[in-house]
Design a protein around this ligand. Structure first.
Ligand SMILES: *[C@@H]1O[C@H](CO)[C@@H](O)[C@H](O)[C@H]1NC(C)=O
Length: 337
């Protein structure tokens, strides 16, 4: 496949933060009621945490409402309202409503609080002051801090349709990654020579070290196959996960797959999912130079301090032995509790 297109570091597909919402290309207008987006137009938090999206009034019109919506470019024409508030109270809407509240730190505060963040809460949120004549708004980006991991079927390379890729990520405690999550992972060191589905049905792979087998001598970047046929084309998956509520630990031993599962169960735990191991690697700096079984039947180990005898690769990462024969008594167990 030589249809790879390169997207350079300067790609306009990627925005770190949003700034002022500009309706249909008109120039940003000076705000009268709302404070300009704060210096931090991007709020960053992990799954399970709470986040506050700031929206502060500068002046209060006599009659007004504040409306919070999540902007979802993939659902055009559909407004995803989270909350509408007036001087007397607020009303939550939609699937985010039950986890939303207003901060109300002072009388001019219309900041939105979201609790128990989930993997797909990331995106742009609009705080809109509605007073009938001079509606205005600011847009704040919420980024879920996490880790992207490539995932391949136990049957080999390029076996997932789009729905299967989505399912595979969910089974490993993740979601299909977005383009900006993959892009950020690339800037953080992800180099992967197998193309995978992303959240929007496009297929990409991130290359830091160009080599003939991975798109030739193109510059480093995200190689793109563009949108593919979701039901007929087959690729790997790029999954995204974040912090977990439980923790991962290793039991040394020479277990078969089944024995490894039992070893975890004896301690009130289960074999860890691939997403759990990546999360521990990223957020707990988990480093264990021993291959261990995971629940999907793969054998992996997490390395934060690369050294000669632990995979021999100079970069930190989660190493994989693939999906060995489940009867082999060679590996320990990674448990999750
Ligand atoms: C997060 O928000 C929930 C609900 O508002 C609250 O009960 C909880 O204490 C908050 N957690 C933290 C860490 O602030």
């Amino acid at each position: 496949m030589n249809c790879a297109v390169i997207l350079l570091l300067t790609s306009s597909c990627f925005t770190w933060s949003s700034g002022i919402y500009i309706p249909n290309g008109s120039a940003p207008k000076k705000l009268k009621y709302l404070l300009e987006p704060p210096v931090y137009a991007e709020v960053v938090a992990r799954r399970g945490e709470n986040a506050t999206l700031p929206c502060i009034l500068r002046t209060k019109p006599s009659l007004y409402k504040v409306k919070w919506t999540k902007l979802e470019p993939e659902h055009v024409g559909q407004e995803n309202i989270i909350m509408i508030t007036n001087a007397h109270g607020f009303k939550p809407y939609g699937h985010l409503g039950p986890r939303a509240s207003l901060r109300k730190a002072h009388t001019m505060d219309a900041s939105l609080q979201l609790s128990r963040l989930e993997l797909d809460d990331g995106g742009k949120y609009r705080c809109e002051l509605v007073n009938g004549i001079e509606d205005e708004n600011v847009v704040i980006t919420l980024r879920i801090e996490g880790v992207v991991f490539p995932y391949q079927s136990k049957d080999g390379r390029y076996r997932f349709t789009f729905p299967e890729a989505k399912e595979a990520c969910a089974e490993q405690d993740g979601k299909l990654a977005t383009y900006s999550q993959l892009y950020r992972a690339w800037t953080e060191g992800l180099d992967w020579c197998n193309a995978g589905w992303l959240h929007d049905g496009t297929v990409h792979y991130p290359i830091i070290y160009p080599r003939p087998a991975c798109g030739g001598e193109l510059l480093p970047g995200i190689r793109s196959y563009g949108p593919k046929d979701k039901n007929h084309d087959h690729f790997d998956a790029f999954c995204f996960t974040s912090q977990t509520s439980g923790s991962v630990y290793y039991i040394p031993g020479s277990f078969s797959f089944e024995q490894a599962g039992k070893a975890c169960q004896r301690q009130g735990a289960e074999l860890a999912l691939v997403g759990h191991l990546y999360s521990a690697w990223r957020f707990q700096k988990y480093d264990q130079c021993d291959g261990g079984w995971l629940r999907d039947g793969s054998v992996r180990f997490p390395i934060n301090s690369p050294r000669e005898h632990c995979g021999g690769v100079p970069e930190a990462g989660v190493r994989s032995f693939g999906f060995p024969n489940k009867m082999m008594h060679l590996y320990g167990a990674y448990c999750y509790r």
